[in-house]
Design a binder for this molecule. Structure first.
Ligand code: GLU
Length: 335
């Protein structure tokens, strides 16, 4: 699917949030400051973009994505939804740090109601680094967002010549440019210097067909993630409940398992009205109901394939609609 320039180029809105793609080294080759460059500077550094699309840029935030939070998600989702509602906009690109890109991407995948492409893009090397990956990633992201074949596939993440579904992708390496992997259902496609090769569309509900919308992001309830380990006690689970969490996601060992003290604390949390979802710290596989843990008896939910950070996003949005564990469990089978 070549991106042949047409007399009237598509218009793509670029929403910038910062990250390493906008990062500058501070001294030598070690250490850098994320979000040092404005989006105008990044776009100007890739003049080839002018042959792909007309770009409109908007700076939403200027942060490393370790500082991403619900307030920025809300602003980003609102601005993306507004852009996509404009008939003249073909798609949206979001520049973003890679640390939490998967969470932002999955959040947008659940709340942005549009068939038009939304593409998150970042870089592993700062803009001033040797062989910076940002310029080609940005070029590819704009090519995907401008292409009609990318419509209806949910929110996508472009990096290292690959196109990932936001639901599937995870950052798996601290520094390598090939950090993003989609281990369960595979890639959304490839993009070679702006030329798209799209694979099968996603099967889970998303974007235009989602029951969630931007308005609900206004009052996201507190959901905490707790990481399980050999010899885990109950104290952190109890602390999360006492601090007012409405939901807990446990990054369980193996198949989402927890030892007896942690399970007892989770069961107590459920009795206090807190929703508890079992995910896994392994980075792959499906957590199913009632395998080694009696979820039915304890009142626990499972995250299926969602990693803990994405399970948290879905649980926060789910809790804005219901506190019924059966309905919430169904959401984990749907999205
Ligand atoms: N911590 C930074 C961020 O997420 C750097 C990671 C990156 O962008 O690659 O914004």
């Amino acid at each position: 699917m070549p991106s042949t320039p047409t007399p009237t180029l598509p218009c793509v809105r670029v929403l910038a949030t910062g990250g390493t793609i906008a990062g500058a080294q501070t001294s030598g080759s070690r250490g850098y400051q994320a979000a040092a460059f404005s989006i105008d500077t990044l776009v100007a550094a890739v003049p080839q973009l002018a042959a792909l699309a007309r770009l409109e840029v908007e700076q939403i935030a200027a942060i490393g994505s370790q500082d991403m939070d619900e307030a920025v998600w809300l602003k980003l989702a609102t601005r993306a939804q507004a852009a996509l509602a404009e008939p003249g906009i073909a798609g949206v690109v979001v520049t973003h740090g890679t640390d939490t890109m998967e969470e932002t991407g999955y959040f947008l995948n659940l709340v942005v109601r549009s068939e038009k492409p939304v593409v998150l893009v970042g870089a592993m090397r700062p803009a001033t680094e040797i062989s910076a990956d940002g310029p080609m990633n940005l070029y590819n992201a704009v090519a995907v967002a401008a292409h009609p074949a990318a419509r209806g596939r949910g929110v996508l993440i472009v990096a290292n010549d690959e196109i990932h579904f936001a639901r599937e992708v995870a950052k798996t390496n601290t520094t390598q440019v090939g950090t993003f992997k989609s281990t369960h259902r595979g890639l959304a496609g490839l993009v070679n210097a702006g030329r798209l090769h799209l694979y099968a569309p996603p099967v889970r509900r998303h974007t235009a067909a989602s029951e969630f919308s931007v308005g609900e992001a206004n009052a996201l309830p507190r959901v905490s993630i707790l990481y399980a380990y050999a010899g885990m006690g109950r104290e952190l689970i109890d602390a999360a409940v006492q601090s007012g969490a409405r939901g807990l996601v446990v990054a369980g060992v193996g198949d989402g398992n927890l030892n007896a003290p942690a399970l007892a604390a989770c069961a107590d949390a459920v009795r206090h009205g807190v929703i508890v979802v079992r995910s896994s710290r392994t980075g792959g596989g499906v957590v199913e109901r009632n395998i080694e843990v009696d979820d039915d008896r304890l009142g626990l939910l499972v995250a299926e394939e969602l990693n803990p950070q994405k399970a948290r996003v879905l649980l926060m949005l789910g809790l804005t609609r219901t506190a019924d564990p059966r309905v919430l469990q169904e959401m984990f089978f749907t999205y």
